[in-house]
Design a protein around this ligand. Structure first.
Ligand code: SF4
Length: 347
């Protein structure tokens, strides 16, 4: 492989057909780019797709056009705006970071990778991406897409996650110090649109002649992976109580899963599942609860089956979420509301 030729092919391919994304530096551009936009998009994109994240990105910018505006926002309104993007710990880190930029840096993002790394919730990937894309500084931007591309170009046999340091080193060796932003975005485009996880579109790739996995005839089998432990399964019961003021909700404890978010009243979620006493203790009212179809939801570290119990009336120790505002709930609870609605024919 000739690294110089490979780099040129990938950059030429990128500059001819780069994805037009609202947070990006256009190909070849040296004009300033707002680091707030780059940082916000990177935090959102760590857990979801471009298609899913884009409306959230626009909504956040419309509501909080600067990092200082976001820093000044209340926790609950940012958490509600984040609903649907998953992993609320990231939303809490988003706020902590915005406030650190406001309080420690006068509302201006620092422009080096090292200083960016000092911000709360900003890890090596995000620091490198913001340094490269917003400030056009040389940085080794390596996410899962780039790991996959490197593992294929070099046919790395070490399985993930052990291969990570090797893949980072390979990416560092290929990075273009003359065009950091273009190079970072070119690799992102290649990984996202062509060198896809299951079925790489090698016929559309600018680099099959330089790709060891392509030469093997079966590039989709890279990256090699260690066998994974199965996700543990947990079970619980959730209550959908509909009253005159809407749906009964509770504020979850600030720490832990979905911490600080509004949620439906629920039992603990455990592998054994709750017994009758735990179910009675978690119910927001004594009612004639009816069974709806259970909710299946997958979290990072476990899968969850939630039995949905529905009723109408008033409850104790709850707040009320107005009808139509269910979209503010984390998706696992939104699914439960929909199940209960389906049962009553209300939607
Ligand atoms: Fe990925 Fe195929 Fe291109 Fe190799 S030739 S980098 S496997 S798309």
């Amino acid at each position: 492989m000739d690294p110089e030729r490979l780099r040129r092919r990938i950059l030429d391919w990128y500059r001819a057909g780069a994805r037009d994304l609202p947070w990006r530096r256009p190909p070849g551009s040296r004009a300033p780019v707002d680091p707030y936009r780059v940082w916000l998009s990177e935090v959102m994109l760590q857990q979801t797709t471009v298609v899913h994240a884009t409306p959230y990105f626009h909504a956040f910018l419309a509501r909080w056009p600067t990092v200082t505006a976001l820093a000044d926002a209340g926790d609950a309104e940012v958490m509600a705006a984040w609903a649907g993007l998953g992993y609320y710990a990231r939303a809490r880190n988003l706020l902590a970071c915005a406030r650190a930029v406001r309080d420690r840096h006068g509302g201006v993002f620092p422009d080096t990778e090292a200083a960016l790394l000092g911000l709360p919730g900003v890890g090596p990937y995000t620091a490198a991406a913001v340094a490269a894309i917003a400030f056009d500084r040389p940085a080794n931007v390596v996410d899962g897409n780039v790991e996959r591309v490197m593992s294929r170009l070099f046919a790395v046999e070490t399985p993930l996650p052990a291969a990570r340091p090797e893949l980072r080193a390979l990416a560092a060796g290929l990075a273009d110090p003359e065009a950091p932003a273009d190079w970072a975005q070119a690799l992102m485009d290649l990984g996202a649109t062509v060198c896809r996880p299951r079925s790489p579109a090698c016929s559309q790739c600018p680099a099959p002649g330089d790709c060891a996995a392509f030469a093997s005839g079966d590039p989709g089998t890279w990256p090699r992976k260690s066998p994974r432990a199965a996700r543990p399964a947990r079970r619980g019961v959730v209550f959908v109580l509909r009253g005159a003021r809407g749906i009964a909700v509770v504020r979850r404890p600030p720490r832990g899963l979905l911490g600080g978010m509004l949620g439906l009243p629920t039992t603990d979620w455990s592998e054994a599942g709750p017994g009758p006493e735990a179910i009675a203790g978690a119910a927001p009212a004594r009612r004639n609860w009816r069974d709806a179809v259970a909710v299946e939801h997958v979290f990072t570290h476990f899968s969850l089956t939630l039995k949905v119990l529905a009723a109408e009336g008033e409850g104790e120790g709850v707040e009320w979420l107005a009808d139509g505002a269910e979209g503010d709930l984390p998706s696992v609870f939104l699914k439960a509301v929909r199940r209960a609605q389906g049962m009553s024919g209300a939607g």
